[in-house]
Design a protein around this ligand. Structure first.
Ligand code: SF4
Length: 466
């Protein structure tokens, strides 16, 4: 995934940039970057954050940098922001999204035999550099950004910093949020509104789908109006958004509480306690427990001093180790108990199976699972959610393959709520995970908990409607 933060101020902005970017750390685990514009021009720092937190890596830069405007990012893939010099002048760029048509765009760029790309990682093109090449084909920065928005298949939200200010652009269908903040003498732009209050910013507005603005120390100017089609990612609320953040006026934790309550309303299972799989399952579990009037407890706790992030490393081996080491059981709350666990979703189910097995090893009598969204059937096409994920890794797709004995099947039959095929798939997943019962959130309840009209929300992961 990834996230970004930018600030434009009449005074030095480095402190706000540092903490504002840090508040996006849950969105990526690969690289962090900050660029400021000051008396010395652009100053940039990029660090590997795979094994340590953003703040510890950038503390030294914080002391050295100074400037009144800056952009920062947390990236799950490439090193960013990039500093570019072209016929449009000197600028720095950071992007969040996914480009499905990288190869055709690159091929097109080579047609006059003058283009080349430098920021390669192995043989892979750097998507942010590719976006810069599209922008540079425009007659102005704004023309270039519009061009990039039109050409990219997937999604791309971006911050582009020049000596003039920050150009902020939300992706064409608003899959990811871009939020503007203000305080006396400064403006900021963020993907997570939770970055604002502790830096004394208040929400100014949210960009609409495809909207482009220029943020300068004197104000915010709209350069391109929002489009009419919004397809914001439902998973922001269900899984990866931070609980204190609000998008489209809807807070993440409040949505999760509503989602858990909806699960409980359709349930009648008798259990001793309700628990959330940390971190993103917790809000759903609290909603469930309150609605069902069953005690909320923590049968395992996360070792937060050293395992603070919820996103996982790309490497499956490391991921399994992290999943195991960060959760510590509380035996007294497990032995002889009937547990109901709320989880944001079941992706592959490999780690979950291990967690469930451990609960039985520690004496759990029953383990019931309530994921806060329907079974995942389609892999994301619009965000770099997890690069390694193949659609066939999904627990739902594995179950379908087992049931059908082949991969070429009509997935709509499995996505249809309460259909016999969906029930068979869920039962297969339940057996594989060794669960006493497994009941997924209904798509209609999930959308109702988000509280936006279905046509404004991307639900492609579950029903193939993007
Ligand atoms: S496909 Fe899934 S993860 Fe991707 S934008 Fe849509 S809802 Fe979000």
């Amino acid at each position: 995934m990834g996230g970004f933060f930018g600030v434009v101020s009449k005074e030095d902005c480095v402190n706000d940039l540092f903490y504002g970017t840090d508040y996006h750390s849950h969105l990526g685990t690969s690289r962090g970057g900050m660029v400021v514009w000051g008396k010395r021009g652009f100053e940039r720092a990029i660090h590997n954050i795979e094994n340590s937190q953003f703040r510890s890596k950038f503390e030294d830069d914080l002391r050295k940098m100074d400037g009144t405007m800056g952009i920062g990012c947390i990236s799950d893939t490439e090193a960013q922001p990039l500093i570019i010099r072209s016929h449009l002048g000197h600028y720095t760029l950071t992007t969040v999204g996914r480009i499905n048509n990288i190869e055709p765009i690159a091929k097109q760029a080579y047609t006059d035999h003058t283009a080349h790309f430098l920021e390669m990682s192995g043989s892979e093109l750097n998507p942010t550099e590719l976006v810069a090449s599209l922008i540079d084909q425009g007659s102005s920065v704004i023309d270039g950004i519009r061009r990039a928005q039109d050409i990219i298949d997937g999604s791309c939200s971006m911050l582009l910093l020049t000596a003039e200010g920050i150009y902020a652009a939300r992706d064409r269908f608003g899959r990811t949020p871009v939020i503007l903040g203000e305080k006396d003498g400064a403006y900021c732009v963020t993907m997570e509104s939770c970055a604002l209050p502790n830096l004394d910013f208040r929400v100014h507005s949210e960009l609409g789908p495809g909207e482009i603005v220029l943020i300068t120390p004197d104000g915010i100017q709209q350069l391109s109006p929002p489009g009419t089609t919004l397809r914001i990612c439902a998973f922001l609320w269900v899984y990866y958004g931070y609980p204190a953040s609000t998008y489209e006026g809807i807070n993440v934790e409040v949505m999760r509480n509503r989602s858990g309550a909806a699960l409980a309303r359709r349930d009648s299972v008798a259990v001793d306690l309700v628990a959330g799989v940390p971190d993103s399952g917790i809000g759903h579990a609290i909603g469930y427990a309150n609605q069902a009037q069953i005690p909320y407890s923590r049968p395992f706790v996360k070792y937060t001093p050293t395992w603070p992030r919820s996103f996982m490393p790309q490497d499956q081996h490391v991921r399994n180790l992290v999943a195991r080491m960060k959760l510590i059981p509380v035996f007294e709350l497990i032995q002889g108990k009937r547990l109901l666990l709320c989880e944001d979703s079941i992706v592959r189910g490999t780690q979950l199976r291990e967690t469930i097995d451990r609960l039985y090893d520690y004496g759990a009598k029953e383990v019931h699972m309530r994921p806060a969204c329907p079974p995942l059937i389609y892999g994301c096409r619009f965000l770099n959610f997890s690069r390694s994920r193949s659609d066939f890794d999904l627990a739902g797709r594995q179950a379908i393959r087992e049931l059908e004995g082949q991969e070429d099947v009509n997935l709509a039959e499995y996505a249809a709520p309460d259909s016999a095929k969906q029930q068979a798939m869920i039962d297969r997943i339940r057996t594989r995970l060794n669960l006493t019962t497994l009941r997924y959130q209904a798509l209609s309840d999930m959308v109702e908990a988000i509280d936006l009209p279905k046509e404004k929300v991307c639900t492609y992961c579950w029903d193939g409607v993007g």
